[in-house]
Design a binder for this molecule. Structure first.
Ligand code: URP
Ligand code: ZN
Ligand code: ZN
Ligand code: ZN
Length: 495
């Protein structure tokens, strides 16, 4: 037969267009878009459904080594299972360098964790915590060339934070080799000073986590990161932006002609600092930056609607609540600075944004696709293979029932965390079928892909990370990427 699968009669939406069409799939790729396509060996009826590119969750933590008796609840199996059941077909978690470890060793260790487990496709960001001469001069350039084209820089957390000089050096490497730096912008010294004072006063409950990281701390670090990016002339992404103060800094940067990309996450739309109030249960919502208040939620929604944000990611950082390796380290209710940071959100990311964003008219369907699939694929050099429905793209497709009503309850989710911060929330719209390279991974309430179905994706050098001033002596590299991408697509069409 001509097609392996035809997805018929759905309403397709991409970042740009909405169209009623069938999708013809062969060898895991989209090979035809049109009306009345010939029969495929498999027929999928999408009448009354939305057919969207599978989500790309470009910020999630899976099976990241934690140290000190802590353990993430999700590995590549449970994490990608949860992703698929929520319409996400590509994840980009972090290979984190431990101080003293080579970056290469961190990446190799992470491949061992992912291999034979993932259900959906995956790429890696790196986390650089120890930018030695060897890392800066040899390891990072080599790894970027091999398809690890993004890395995260922390300005906070005692065991991960870098100083400005180290950040500048790393940004220079990003500029020279065409990688994208992601920045966790919170001022570590401010947080340490505030935490010390709070603890000394006996204020140790989870809710003081939010008081130890007020918005000014995020604003200052965001401002500084923007200045460092300007100095080096390389775009950066500010990850997990929580509210007004950081947004003001990013808007300032945009008004001054700087390409600063910004990411936000569900917790800044659906949670507030008051979720940390309920005694030790508040530990369930301890993440950094912390959720703010209702007024800030509205400002974050505005940023999604008006283009300030480029991407919407989960920042899934899974720790079980009632667990000595999770939110109760050693089995105890600990003071807030010792609660592992992070909340789960891989599976609920898309339905929450669809229900409260698209259905309410805060964002359009095409913006939804852009923020959750197309832009993250572009930002990390995976476009046009991932993040869109186009001839030659991988057939990574989520078929949504836009009317399906779901009450979010942890027992219905597919992660290995023992809670969801969104318990009891009602949403309308959920993916009923998820295809990864044309194969069903989630269908009609069942997980159907075998473990190991997911493949590793080497990332291209992201066009969006190009500097402002491109050295003509560098041979017009950034212009050449366009024919490159087209060439790759043409090649895949012939294959
Ligand atoms: O609290 C959070 N966000 N934990 C995950 C690690 C990070 O900083 O993204
Ligand atoms: Zn078949
Ligand atoms: Zn972070
Ligand atoms: Zn994170």
């Amino acid at each position: 037969d001509h097609f392996d699968t035809v997805v018929r009669n759905g309403l397709i939406a991409t970042a740009c267009d909405t169209m009623a069409a069938d999708i013809g799939i062969r060898d895991g790729r989209v090979v035809a878009l049109g009306q009345g396509l010939a029969r495929g060996r498999h027929e999928m009826d999408a009448s009354g459904k939305l057919v969207l590119p599978g989500g790309v969750d470009a910020h999630c933590h899976l099976d990241q080594p934690m140290g000190e008796g802590l353990k993430m609840a999700d590995d590549f199996l449970s994490g990608t299972r949860s992703a698929a059941c929520g319409g996400t077909t590509t994840v980009i978690p972090f290979a984190a360098q431990i101080k003293g470890q080579s970056l290469r060793a961190a990446v190799e260790d992470y491949h061992r964790r992912a291999g034979e487990k993932a259900l959906v496709d995956y790429a890696f960001h790196m986390i650089v915590t120890d930018p030695t001469e060897a890392v800066l001069k040899e390891e990072l350039p080599a790894l970027i060339a091999e398809g690890y084209t993004s890395f995260k820089i922390y300005m906070t957390y005692e065991d991960m934070k870098l100083d400005d000089r180290q950040i500048l050096r790393l940004l220079a490497v990003a500029r020279q080799h065409g990688a994208l730096a992601m920045v966790h912008a919170e001022n570590a010294d401010c947080i340490a000073w505030l935490s010390e004072a709070l603890e000394a006063a006996g204020h140790t409950a989870p809710k003081y986590h939010a008081e130890s990281r007020p918005m000014v701390v995020e604003r200052e670090a965001t401002h500084r990161a923007i200045a460092l990016s300007e100095l080096v002339d390389v775009p950066i992404l500010i990850v997990h932006v929580s509210g007004r103060e950081a947004i003001d800094q990013i808007r300032w940067a945009h008004a001054h002609g700087l390409r600063i990309y910004a990411e936000t996450c569900p917790q800044y739309l659906f949670l507030t600092a008051s979720n940390l109030d309920e005694g030790y249960e508040g530990a369930k919502c301890v993440c950094s930056p912390p959720p703010r208040d209702k007024a800030n939620q509205r400002i974050v929604w505005d940023g999604l609607s008006n283009g300030l944000f480029t991407i919407f990611s989960s920042d899934h950082a899974p720790f079980r609540f009632d667990d000595p390796q999770g939110k109760k380290p050693g089995g105890k209710e600990v003071a807030f600075p010792y609660i592992p940071n992070g909340i789960p959100g891989l599976e609920t990311r898309l339905p929450l944004l669809f229900s409260e964003g698209v259905r309410t008219g805060r964002i359009t369907l095409n913006q939804f696709v852009a923020l959750t699939a197309t832009n993250p694929a572009k930002l990390y050099g995976l476009n046009p293979r991932k993040g869109t429905i186009a001839i030659g793209s991988d057939a990574d497709i989520a078929i949504w029932d836009p009317h399906k009503e779901v009450i979010i309850e942890n027992h219905r989710l597919h992660h290995d965390v023992d809670y969801t911060p969104y318990e009891g929330m009602r949403v309308t719209g959920w993916p009923v079928t998820t295809l990864v390279r044309g194969e069903r991974v989630w269908d009609d309430g069942q997980v159907c892909a075998p473990r190991g179905h997911g493949r590793f994706l080497p990332c291209g050098k992201p066009d969006m990370a190009r500097p402002k001033v491109v050295d003509p002596a560098a041979g017009g590299h950034y212009v050449a990427n366009l024919p490159d991408a087209l060439g790759k697509l043409a090649q895949s069409n012939r294959a």
